[in-house]
Design a protein around this ligand. Structure first.
Ligand code: NAD
Length: 483
């Protein structure tokens, strides 16, 4: 069993008071590691180290910090398989998915921001008698708090631009998935990143996470997680005038118009609904189908769902494995119960998967991909975030109804529209209150584009310029040259 430590001021160490937590493999229920149960004193050490390290780090040129990002990307790439195996073990996700998405993107995040930095040009504004130079400085120390669904993918998405812009970091990964954050710390240590530039504290959200939010020396918080936690983050950090980026929950609509290419739309809707067992904030957990195509679309959709391979995370052919925990399994199952009470029909799934190595008595958190029909689009199952392998199906006649249904939740993160008429798709996309709409695709990311939610899905944007803007203080220097 692995013992994971905090990484503070260039040293791996247990928590100050020696407390620790157990970290489980969700596919088996076995303990795979311990992590420190850090408290305020640990955050104090991490923030002090980060504060000491920040002036020298900020004094490096953008190019020097971009070179660090290149080195980190290269070193992580060498650990691609180690990262994928650890992520699969920690989250219960299929190994093929962990390789293709988690490990690959963690490298890409560092590489992208290094290259993006090199494309930046200084912004200037010329006046008749003066010249203005826009300057970007690091904020100082930033707190990065991340969830369990895409652990290193999301942590590296924050660490790379934070370091690039001259900040030093206190990071807290989810207590459910600490392993790959530890690999990142080991990698930075091996590369001799100056001590204190990156600090990692493990533990529970209300303890160590809260201490990060409350620390007066931490000037910005980039948080990805649930909307309820986001409220606590905002309530704590906003009165301290900390800069805040909140990437929160979603309840995204996949909209199938009657002129969609059936085969492409079916495959796309299945991918949107069930990638990572529906545990991606962008997952299309509400399927809105135009009535005239419903009889053709729905049987094909259900057949495609039933053809997915359910199996152990280590099985190369698995498309659906364990969800994150038994606790989360109970939450997702409670929504399936609720759907029945709300008058829904289970069109497929709804049970713990019982194929292959995954028996009904297994300790793993397996659930078959589940499709529910017959519910109002205003029902709780169709409006609250379930964050599991569950999709509800709703039928609409007109585009106006599609818009009304898509917007009938408190969330506004993402969505997709499937149509051969791209102009019609774009017009519909503009009526949907979300941060991102994909047309004839899903989770198709250009890292330069803005990423983030509207309504209760978040505040602020990440990606490209938006990340550089968040992780810096923009100032203006106005110069009159007396010569
Ligand atoms: P969560 O909100 O429970 O936890 C997220 C992180 O916050 C964890 O590290 C947790 O320990 C920490 N935390 C909990 N309480 C805290 C507190 N009081 N103070 C500070 N930190 C605290 O979320 P989760 O269950 O880990 O992740 C799932 C959620 O994340 C879903 O709602 C999903 O939609 C959302 N998510 C959003 C995005 C996005 O980009 N919008 C991406 C991935 C996941």
């Amino acid at each position: 069993m692995q013992e994971v430590f905090n990484y503070i001021d260039g040293l791996f160490s247990p928590s100050v008071d020696g407390g620790h937590l157990e970290n489980l493999n969700p596919a088996t229920g076995e303990v795979i590691s311990t992590i420190p149960r850090s408290l305020q004193a640990d955050v104090e050490h991490a923030a002090s180290a980060a504060l000491r390290a920040q002036p020298a780090w900020n004094a490096l040129s953008l190019e020097q910090r971009a070179l660090w990002l290149d080195r980190i990307a290269d070193a992580l790439e060498e650990k691609h398989e180690h990262i994928a195996q650890s992520e699969s073990l920690d989250t219960g996700k299929p190994i093929a998915l962990a390789r293709r998405v988690d490990a690959a993107r963690s490298v890409d995040n560092f590489r992208f921001f290094a290259e993006f930095a090199r494309e930046q040009t200084e912004m200037t504004f010329k006046m008749d008698d003066a010249m203005n130079y826009v300057h970007r400085n690091g904020l100082g120390v930033v707190g990065l708090i991340t969830p369990w669904n895409l652990p290193l993918y999301l942590l590296s998405w924050k660490v790379a631009p934070a370091l690039l812009m001259g900040n030093t970091v206190v990071a807290k990964p989810s207590e459910l998935t600490p392993l790959t954050a530890n690999i990142l710390a080991e990698t930075l240590h091996e590369l001799n990143l100056p001590k204190g530039v990156f600090n990692l504290v493990h533990g529970l959200g209300p303890e160590v996470g809260q201490a990060i939010l409350e620390h007066p020396g931490i000037k910005g918080i980039s948080f990805t997680g649930g909307t309820a936690t986001g409220r606590i983050v905002a309530a704590t950090a906003a009165p301290m005038f900390k800069k805040l980026s909140l990437e929160l929950g979603g309840k995204n609509a996949t909209i199938i118009l009657d002129d969609a290419d059936l085969d492409i739309a079916v495959k796309g809707a299945v991918r949107a609904a069930f990638t990572n067992s529906g545990q991606v904030c962008l997952c299309g957990s509400r399927l809105l189908v135009q009535s005239s195509i419903a009889d053709a679309f729905l049987p094909a959709f259900i057949a495609e769902v039933e053809a997915m391979n359910i199996g152990a995370p280590s099985d190369e052919t698995s498309q659906i494995s364990s969800i994150i925990s038994r606790e989360h399994l109970h939450k997702v199952e409670s929504y399936i119960e609720l759907a029945l009470q709300e008058g829904g029909d289970i069109l497929t799934g709804g049970t713990r998967a019982m194929t292959g190595p995954v028996g009904p008595d297994a300790h793993g958190a397996y659930l078959a991909p589940t499709v529910i029909g017959g519910l109002s689009h205003l029902s709780r199952c169709a409006t609250e975030e379930i964050f599991g392998p569950v999709v509800t199906v709703h039928i609409f006649d007109t585009l106006e109804q599609a818009t009304e249904m898509a917007n009938a939740t408190e969330y506004g993160l993402a969505g997709s529209i499937w149509t051969k008429d791209v102009a019609q798709g774009r017009a519909l996309a503009q009526t949907i209150d979300t941060g991102i709409v994909w047309i004839n695709t899903w989770l198709h990311r250009d890292l330069r584009t803005p990423f983030g939610g509207v309504k209760n899905s978040g505040v602020g944007r990440e990606g490209g310029q938006w990340s550089l803007g968040f992780f810096s203080e923009t100032t203006n220097i106005c110069v009159i040259d007396p010569k």
